[in-house]
Ligand binder design. Structure first.
Ligand code: AMP
Ligand code: MN
Ligand code: MN
Ligand code: MN
Length: 301
């Protein structure tokens, strides 16, 4: 079946775009296997997607074969955990050439950091009453994949210490709380360097979700661009159109490309693959027109 090409500009078309460049699977904290996540995307009419699990490309091979079966284009990717000025910042690497060069060691370092961090989070959660925190988080993960804060959040809920995951983050795991352990993550600029060295495009993930003032978000974008980062997520899931317009100006001022994605984790919530707010008309170029991505994302399946 011929695939409609992706638009080369954002014209403010209210029709949803058939591309989603930020999604998770069971390779990190998503609920669906890579194959099922891809199949769901295809059933929702997506033609192009990136799998961007936290700090790993372990799901990409499975996603790629599912994409071949479903007839859609899959971009290999990962969402790297980094820090900038003491804050946890996520950088999506879109990696048409896969994992090469320094990124090999970088992902290794991230895996080690995530494992050590889980032990630190566990001891902090024990202080708030979660006994055997590491084992309980592992039980929630239900597999050997690297642990993340959502596993501790669900363990806190299962132990009856908080009513729901949102409260677990608000009280114990969210930004500035004891379970928010960032010290082991690489500097943002370093992660950007790994992505660039692998022939990829570094995308600042969900810049409007860090609770920054506009000015501080500008500084983050300045540093990200100065480090060689090429793009930022202009739209991440559902967001206010005024916020999107404001952010698009900040991207344009810095010559950054615009990416977009649902940040899908699990079905049944308000997000699915491809669900996100429409992109308003803007001069900021779509990230799929970047020379490193265009050959792969415009080529069709
Ligand atoms: P980690 O990768 O271990 O730092 O965990 C971060 C992940 O936790 C994010 O990617 C989200 O999937 C999830 N998360 C972060 N904040 C919240 C929240 N307030 N409620 C639910 N899940 C959250
Ligand atoms: Mn996540
Ligand atoms: Mn993120
Ligand atoms: Mn994500």
């Amino acid at each position: 079946m011929p695939m409609p090409p992706l638009p080369v500009r954002f014209e403010g078309d209210p029709e949803p775009l058939r591309i989603d460049l930020h999604m998770h699977s069971t390779a990190s904290d998503g609920a669906l296997s890579p194959a099922r996540a891809v199949a769901l995307g295809a059933s929702r009419g997506l033609t192009h997607m990136a799998l961007t699990d936290h700090d790993t490309l372990d799901g990409v091979a499975e996603a790629a074969s599912a994409a071949r079966r479903e007839g859609l284009v899959l971009m290999p990717g990962a969402e790297l955990s980094t820090q900038w000025r003491g804050m946890g910042i996520h950088v999506v690497g879109l990696l048409p050439e896969g994992v090469r060069g320094e990124l090999v060691e970088g992902l290794g370092a991230l895996a080690v950091a995530r494992e050590k961090r889980a032990a630190t989070i566990a001891s902090r959660m024990e202080r708030v009453g979660l006994h055997d925190a590491l084992a309980r988080a592992r039980e929630q993960a239900g597999s050997e994949r690297p642990l993340g804060r959502p596993d501790f959040a669900r363990a806190l809920v299962a132990a009856g210490l908080v009513p729901d995951v949102a409260t677990a983050f608000r009280k114990h795991l969210g930004a500035g709380k004891p379970g928010d352990v960032k010290a082991l993550w690489p500097a943002m600029a370093e992660a950007v360097r790994w992505i660039l060295a692998a022939g990829g495009v570094a995308v600042l993930a969900h810049p409007v979700r860090y609770s920054l003032t506009r000015r501080k978000r500008g500084l983050l974008l300045d540093d990200f661009a100065a480090a060689g980062g090429q793009a930022a997520e202009l739209v991440s899931g559902f967001q206010n159109p005024d916020v999107t317009r404001d952010l698009s100006r900040q991207l344009q001022e810095r010559g950054l490309y615009a990416s977009l994605g649902s940040d899908f984790h699990f079905p049944g919530g308000h997000l699915a693959p491809g669900s996100m707010s429409p992109v308003p008309r803007t001069a900021t170029p779509p990230v799929w027109t970047h020379p490193r991505l265009a050959p792969r994302l415009n080529a069709g399946a």
